[in-house]
Write a protein that binds this ligand. Sequence first.
Ligand code: ZN
Length: 116
Amino acid sequence: MKWLNRLAALLFGLISVGIARDFLDKHDVIILDKEEMEEIGEDELQDISNLKPDYNSAMDLRGTPTHECVCGCNIFNVKVIFDDYEIATYFLDMECANCGTLMTAPTPLDREETDL
Ligand SMILES: [Zn+2]
């Protein structure tokens, strides 16, 4: 009976190693301590793991200049031209860095229109 228990333990161990190996082949595992996790937050952690926008809910909202996307993100991918280490000009079409929605970049002229 003792050998049966040892054989069952060995089989269970081999199956567990196989399951763990299969899991690690399919997933990336990030280890953070709890303080780091609270500081970063789940949304930012998602952004860190996705350096490209998730285009599943992207829309075309070009037309009205804006500072923030409808998803709440205020970071955009914009084409720019640099001159003397500064942004000399930028294209008005921009894309939300989070959801990929197309929008119109604000300009100083737009500020003057809203101040009137
Ligand atoms: Zn967005």
